[in-house]
Design a protein around this ligand. Sequence first.
Ligand code: PLP
Length: 366
Amino acid sequence: MMRAYLDHNATSPLKPAARQAMLAALEEGGNASSIHSEGRSARNRIEAAREAIAAELGVLTPMVIFTSGGTEANNLALKGLGLDRLIISAIEHPCVREAARASGKPVDLIPVDANGVADLEALKTLLAKPGKALVSLMMANNETGVLQPVAEAAAITHAHGGLLHTDAVQVLGKQPLRFPLIGADLMTLSAHKLGGPLGAGALIIRDGLPLIPLLDGGGQELRRRAGTENAPAIAGFAASLGNLPKEISSLRDNLESLIQAATPAAVFFGKAAPRLSNTTCFALPGLAADTALISLDLDGVSVSSGSACSSGKVGRSHVLAAMGVEENIAKGAIRVSLGWNSSVQDVDQFIAAWKRAATRAKQKAA
Ligand code: PLP
């Protein structure tokens, strides 16, 4: 059976160009800090990748700090600035929420509305409290795909003397992303969400902003990230750059119409807000997400529950809870996320499998 992999927001399959760049770098080897020829080759690959990523984002090359992925970049941003306090949105990825908690600083949460969009009036109120704040507001939510008003939040934050970090892990590769247009001070990226390798990412930091490293023991990345650079993964990251085709949004919209037609009781989350073109999150009341995921998997379809947590267990989604979705509805939340190799056939296979999952649930209930 052909499988339909529709879980690109969890991780996207490796693009052929990324695989090629990685194989070449693996073959060549070398430590980028070495003076000899192999070392210089690895250094050249890394610096070429840095230039490509800097050009994609419209930044200077020293503003790109390579990390082991989005989780590390978020930790570096939240722990590395030495401000008095943190303000994060209620829908951030667990690696932002938990890094904020672990920083030991006071943390305030920006609420979201029923569509999952951060409340900027609430941000203003939080910024009025004493102490210089780092605000962390993601560009797009991984569960719902809902885009956040980050440029407005950055302007508000700067007017209050604070700094703004944005987790753009779900945006890179899906739509054009230009750091200067957003006005953020720091931005997190991850390679594996757009068809690059797992275990590679970057923190983009405004030129000249001092940063306390998380790791001690090496001068790499202009003393901001110690450890021998993963040249093959970094080369694969740069080779994976490129945005989704425009057709993805009509594929997603068509998928949503077909779901609604097959199961008219289905409820969609965040659909009224501006969203990424590839993501849909929905529930069919009475169909639990874990039951649906197993049924879909048996039919060759890979998707996530709305609350896909790292343990693989289906837990309560803090994102849907923050949007005020009732728990008995939220526990059925399913996320379908398309990507660079998604096709009409994948959508058809999903719909056929979805109909079977809904029928099985109905039969069980009867
Ligand atoms: N931020 C968001 C919004 C994500 O969706 C993810 C992926 O799970 C991460 C951060 C973590 O990135 P990584 O898997 O590269 O550590």
